[in-house]
Design a protein around this ligand. Sequence first.
Ligand SMILES: Nc1ncnc2c1ncn2[C@@H]1O[C@H](COP(=O)(O)OP(=O)(O)O)[C@@H](O)[C@H]1O
Ligand SMILES: Cc1cn([C@H]2C[C@H](O)[C@@H](COP(=O)(O)OP(=O)(O)O)O2)c(=O)[nH]c1=O
Length: 205
Amino acid sequence: MDGLFIVFEGIDGAGKSTQARLLAEWFREKGYDVVLTKEPTDSELGNFVKRLILIGGIINGGRISHEAEALLFAADRAEHVKKVIEPALREGKVVISDRYFYSSLAYQWARGLDVEWLISVNSFAPRPHLVILLDLPAKESMRRVRLRGAESEFDKLLELQRKVRENYLKLAERFPEFRIVNAMAPVEDIHRDVVALVEHELLRR
Ligand SMILES: Nc1ncnc2c1ncn2[C@@H]1O[C@H](COP(=O)(O)OP(=O)(O)O)[C@@H](O)[C@H]1O
Ligand SMILES: Cc1cn([C@H]2C[C@H](O)[C@@H](COP(=O)(O)OP(=O)(O)O)O2)c(=O)[nH]c1=O
């Protein structure tokens, strides 16, 4: 594959979509052909998965298993890889994805699934050149996305975000494509850090 494949990861509200958009603009100004994309995707399958997550994974009155949920994310991803990511990379484009299979590892692992099983289920997905982990405390992410609800619900969500953050940091030790960026900084400073990492990667190629 000739193109450059960059992924943004991080907990909800970490700034992934903001930074992915800024990086896409940066590449376009330099004359690169860019595909800016995300997971879950905007396809029918992706929208089905998103809706399912929003309603707490309930189908016909019962909660689907975490395994089934992980496989639905993976099914959406398989379509994404075959129809969007691989064709664009073959054409030499820059592909920037807001979330990828590492989201499944971090979130579905936090839901109690075995991380080795999650890695094997997602093994069809080609590894990107760079994974930029926007790292910030769970409390700040909750403030940014202003997740509301009952006090008990807030605590549960905060606990989940904390676990997901920890999982991402563990994944960063395991996968050499990870780069950790401090996501507490102002938007422009983070963008500068991201560009420095990307320029370094471009020089290596
Ligand atoms: N560095 C930052 N500092 C403060 N607020 C930010 C920063 N980056 C993004 N935001 C704000 O936080 C919210 C979530 O950002 P977003 O890029 O949508 O995150 P994500 O895609 O990771 O969920 C938005 O309201 C956005 O404007
Ligand atoms: C791609 C993916 C997302 N998710 C979760 C992360 C998010 O909480 C939710 C929806 O993702 P997303 O639409 O990116 O939400 P946000 O913009 O708030 O970050 O789905 C998984 O649990 N597994 C996955 O494989």
